[in-house]
Write a protein that binds this ligand. Structure first.
Ligand code: FAD
Ligand code: 2HG
Ligand code: ZN
Length: 480
């Protein structure tokens, strides 16, 4: 590690004046470990930060950005650091600062009549859900990392999660943003308006930009009424095609009550069973696929239950479900969701892996999986497929685990690019997207130009150049 230059030392002193001495951490501070901010969640990359800067309010963020702009210092915004595509950690140069947003975690306001909540960007998603619930509302964004991810990171990646089939992605839940631009100016866009046609949609430009266009410091988000009842079912299905058939039936019979539709293959559930033996994984041993369904009802639990029972009966008559359980109570429902949400951790416990967060039109997913599984088995014998995801949204986590007994590092070194090319070529053939909900980050930056429409890419580059001409906002991510 090289010692900081005189200019860098002066910058760090200025950042300490702005944020307070305790909120700028460097490798030169005795007994300070920066690895929680430098290491990505999947342990794919360990960067080296010039400093970790933890501003306490929007004015401090603006002042930090101005100081960095004046010295040409790149900034990597970071929330909970749960991103899966290496987007929120610094590179290895030692020249970038990590702008950690977690001190900015306040709920600023709730407007019950307007059905909106305004929060700081560093607010942890679970705390935001709880604040909404305490006010008698639902904030429906829900994902496995909700205990540590932040709403700023959710907006930065346009996260999806398990309720998209009913409520949409993070983008669909956001009405207004406050943003610090690459020049250090503050855009006061915290509007709670549901209609505003006054020009370009800057809010939606920022959402999903993964910190490459500016820093989101706060957001105004939609609230929904809490459902009167929420029921969860777990069904064994014989094929992915049967799961798609069940999805069609669920749409028909539950209408807007269908709030979750997740699919999981046997190997994925087997990993949960292996690494979390204390969890009870239902039905998995006797079926290649399981489906987790959620019915949120605006009337009452009895109504939701009879709807579910009728749906599952019809599905069994049509042979698209072979067995099913409906959770008897909230604890059982939570248990089923916990199994589903444990797949990512179980896969990590099994070893390094190659993730593909892809979307394909729902109708074509079964053919995609059949064909791509066969190609992979031919090209990389022994690979183990961890297939699961948000089938209701056409979003599959088509993840590839090294063959049994093969070291993950060695497998990635030899096969990662080959496997990615094979899978992404298939995604293109089936008219899908190579990133459904996790973003591009650094991991997919080399692949984007191969699969994204060239005109769209040129427009993205023009936007980046116009808003961040010095290329200081999370450089090397999304656009390389
Ligand atoms: P970080 O990881 O800190 O950052 C992610 C990106 O956003 C980076 O590019 C960063 O620079 C940028 N960013 C962060 N904060 C800001 C800000 N304030 N302004 C501008 N840019 C910012 N994703 C899904 O979509 N659906 C899932 O179901 C899902 N499940 C997950 C389950 C697990 C167990 C894990 C570990 C991750 C999961 N993720 C999922 C991935 C991840 O994208 C989300 O956890 C979340 O959106 C990231 O939020 P974060 O605060 O951790 O962001
Ligand atoms: C999920 O749906 C997340 O659980 C993580 O998006 C997916 O681990 C993955 O590949
Ligand atoms: Zn997901």
């Amino acid at each position: 590690m090289t010692a900081p230059s005189t200019a860098q030392i002066a910058l760090i002193a200025l950042l300490r004046q702005i944020c307070g001495p305790n909120h700028v951490l460097t490798h030169q501070d005795p007994a300070t470990d920066l690895s929680p901010w430098e290491q990505d969640w999947r342990k794919r990359v360990k960067g080296l930060a010039l400093a970790v800067v933890r501003p306490g309010n929007t004015q401090e963020v603006a002042a930090v950005v101005k100081a960095c702009a004046a010295t040409g210092t790149p900034i990597v915004p970071q929330g909970g650091n749960t991103g899966l595509v290496v987007g929120g950690v610094p590179d290895g140069s030692g020249k970038q600062i990590v702008l950690s947003m977690t001190r900015m975690n306040a709920v600023r306001a709730i407007d019950k009549d307007n059905l909106t909540i305004t929060v700081d960007a560093g607010c942890v998603l679970q705390n935001l859900q709880t604040a909404a619930e305490n006010a008698g509302f639902l904030f429906p964004l829900s994902l496995g990392a909700e205990g540590s991810c932040t709403i700023g990171g959710n907006l930065g990646t346009n996260a999806g999660g398990t309720q998209v089939v009913r409520y949409g992605n993070t983008r669909d839940l956001c009405l207004g943003l406050e943003v610090v631009t690459a020049q250090g100016d503050i855009w006061h866009g915290l509007s709670g308006l549901r209609k505003d046609n006054t020009g370009y949609d800057l809010r939606n430009l920022m959402i999903g930009s993964e910190g490459t266009l500016g820093i989101i410091t706060a957001a105004t988000l939609k609230l929904y009424p809490q459902p009167a009842a929420q029921l969860t079912a777990w069904a064994a299905v014989p094929t992915l095609q049967a799961a798609v058939q069940l999805l069609g039936l669920a749409h028909q019979r539950l209408g807007p009550g269908l709030t979750g539709f997740e699919v999981m293959n046997q190997f994925a559930l087997g990993l949960v069973d292996k690494h979390y033996p204390q969890l009870r994984v239902p039905l998995w041993q006797a079926t290649p696929w399981c489906v987790l369904l959620e019915n949120s009802d605006s009337e009452n639990e009895q109504h939701a239950r009879s709807q579910f029972e009728a749906l599952l009966e019809a599905a069994m008559e049509q042979a698209c479900v072979t067995d099913a359980v409906v959770a008897e109570n909230l604890a059982q429902a939570r248990g089923l969701w916990h199994v589903r949400e444990s797949i990512t951790l179980a896969q990590a416990a099994e070893g390094l892996n190659i993730k593909h967060d892809i979307s394909i039109p729902v109708s074509r997913i079964p053919a995609f999986v059949l064909e791509t599984d066969a190609l992979l088995a031919r090209e990389v014998p022994g690979v183990r497929m961890v297939d699961f995801g948000h089938l209701g949204d056409g979003n599959l986590h088509y993840n590839v685990q090294a063959p049994e007994g093969v070291d993950g590092h060695a497998f990635l070194r030899e096969f990662e690019d080959k496997v990615n090319t094979l899978v992404f070529d298939q995604v293109a053939k089936f008219e899908g997207s190579i990133s459904a909900e996790h973003g591009v980050g650094e991991l997919k930056v080399g692949k984007l130009p191969l699969y994204k429409d060239p005109t769209a890419l040129a427009m993205m580059r023009a936007v980046k150049k116009a808003l961040d001409p010095q290329n200081l906002m999370n450089p090397g991510r999304v656009l390389g």
